[in-house]
Design a protein around this ligand. Sequence first.
Ligand SMILES: CCCCCCCCCCCCCCCCCCCC(=O)SCCNC(=O)CCNC(=O)[C@H](O)C(C)(C)COP(=O)(O)OP(=O)(O)OC[C@H]1O[C@@H](n2cnc3c(N)ncnc32)[C@H](O)[C@@H]1OP(=O)(O)O
Ligand SMILES: NC(=O)C1=CN([C@@H]2O[C@H](COP(=O)(O)OP(=O)(O)OC[C@H]3O[C@@H](n4cnc5c(N)ncnc54)[C@H](OP(=O)(O)O)[C@@H]3O)[C@@H](O)[C@H]2O)C=CC1
Length: 521
Amino acid sequence: MASIAEYYAGKSVMITGATGFMGKVLVEKLLRSCPEVKALYILVRPKAGQSMQQRVSDMMKCKLFDRVREDDPDFHQKIIPISSELTQPSLAISPEDVQRLTACINVVFHCAATIRFDEPLKHALQLNVMATQQLLSLAQQMHHLEAFIHISTAYANCNRKHIDEVIYPPPVEPRKLIESLEWMDESIVLDITPRLIGDRPNTYTYTKALAEYSVQQEQDRLPIGIIRPSIVGASWQEPFPGWIDNFNGPSGVFIAAGKGILRTMRANNDAVADLIPVDVVINLTLAAGWYTAVHRPKTALVYNCTTGGINPFHWGEIGTYSHIEHHVMSSFKRNPLEQAFRRPNANITSNYLINQYWILVSHKFPAFIYDLFLRLSGQKPQMMRIFNRLHKAISLLEYFSSQDWEWSSENMSMLMGQLAPDDRKTFNFDVRQLNWPEYIDNYCIGTKKYVLNEDMSDIPAARQHLRKLRNIRYTFNTLLVVFIWRVFIARSQMARNIWYFVVSLCFKFLSYFRASSTLTK
Ligand SMILES: CCCCCCCCCCCCCCCCCCCC(=O)SCCNC(=O)CCNC(=O)[C@H](O)C(C)(C)COP(=O)(O)OP(=O)(O)OC[C@H]1O[C@@H](n2cnc3c(N)ncnc32)[C@H](O)[C@@H]1OP(=O)(O)O
Ligand SMILES: NC(=O)C1=CN([C@@H]2O[C@H](COP(=O)(O)OP(=O)(O)OC[C@H]3O[C@@H](n4cnc5c(N)ncnc54)[C@H](OP(=O)(O)O)[C@@H]3O)[C@@H](O)[C@H]2O)C=CC1
């Protein structure tokens, strides 16, 4: 039987969302590990004043492609951009391009989506559901299609606690919803969105569930596979550890904590933090493409691509919890981010009131003081605005960090069992081997190097900055104690008595502990 690289040799592959985080890693891995692949047709739209060609040529200059560039400096010749805006009728692909694609494509990877949690329902529906349906129609016209792989999310069914590798009945028939929303004004849709999404937290998970159902509807006509990754994080091993290029999911949280801005967040310490490295997801995706094409399963296979059931890691292990060295903070103390607002020191709690207390003390109060300082020095205040945005983002993520889900992953194990030993190494998705502290360390360094584009040679200066912040804090705390003493304690005899009583009690405790520790020696 053909190995994965042998299977992709000579094949033409179509990819949507190739300019996104996962799409880029998919393109890179295909080019590097399947060097005989014939062509990658990537559906790209012009964006932010940049033409499609400009965007693709910028993408290929990205550091992510360094290893491919080394192996084959002409790798770009295999990438064929196709102009497409997925929210437009017929995906805005020209008739000539449709002809080209239907004549040659063997495998489709559908990665494009809006992953924003605050996307208005109509737009999320247009992109995540209607575009998927249009793509399925296009796939049906492809004469040589061997696999259609749809990237979903493990949280499409987050209204359930246990999630099997099956497609659950959708909350509503997608076509009916599309027809009824078509005539509705944006503001009416906004009003009824909470009723529609029901027990799901956002339009993203809701529309991804509808998309899964739409894909499954075509399983008799198309060779389909559905991948459901959980929270996709930086790369574990490939093309190098720690690759990440965005603020989504935990990355933004890590950065905000590393900058000393985020000091508290609501999460359940004992709940599984179901992070999955992007290279694991992509390896599984390519293997699923191979399996679908070679084994032709009778129905669409769903692959829950998660870590919780196999190699669990908990939110408490990321933040501060029962004296375990908290990985994110310790990593950012060793490799600090530049120009931190405060020293990284974050607290995770599941208690709403405690979190609100820390928000007041550790977020709002310092922001107020800093903005006051900016105002007094003639600058524009900015910290409160930053915190308001951060609180909005965090409030959208907390649903996922405060609960536990269980995913079955038999299809992932089955697929691993089907791979030849060499493929198991080249397309490794065995997360039992993942060492979490090492992974989180590389992840934090990755946010510094690739998201914030900070230079590792500036670390001594960043450490110096943290020392300066520590001295400012000591000075501030001392001044605060002196101020409290002068204003409140020194003016009242009773407060002074209480103060002396507390201090003498502390001294007694101290001398008692000293005495007992000398006795035990
Ligand atoms: C105490 C802490 C230490 C310990 C850590 C504990 C970790 C707990 C982490 C919990 C994380 C849980 C994550 C769960 C996610 C589950 C998701 C399910 C998986 C999926 O299927 S899909 C992928 C998930 N999708 C997302 O993550 C998208 C979420 N984002 C959004 O919906 C929007 O971005 C958001 C949050 C509504 C903000 O919108 P808006 O205000 O309009 O801002 P923009 O997105 O337009 O960004 C503007 C600008 O800011 C940059 N940016 C974005 N986020 C951040 C950030 N957090 N920090 C700093 N900067 C940020 C962004 O890049 C833009 O920059 P430009 O230069 O491009 O303008
Ligand atoms: N990141 C995560 O944690 C997880 C992601 N997933 C799924 O993985 C897939 C990829 O996610 P990710 O790479 O993180 O997302 P990104 O937001 O990084 O990428 C989204 C991609 O979709 C493209 N796209 C968006 N709108 C359009 C449009 N109207 N027309 C054409 N292309 C469009 C974007 O193109 P452009 O560059 O032009 O905007 C981009 O290439 C998604 O299906 C997502 O649901 C699942 C679980 C977790």
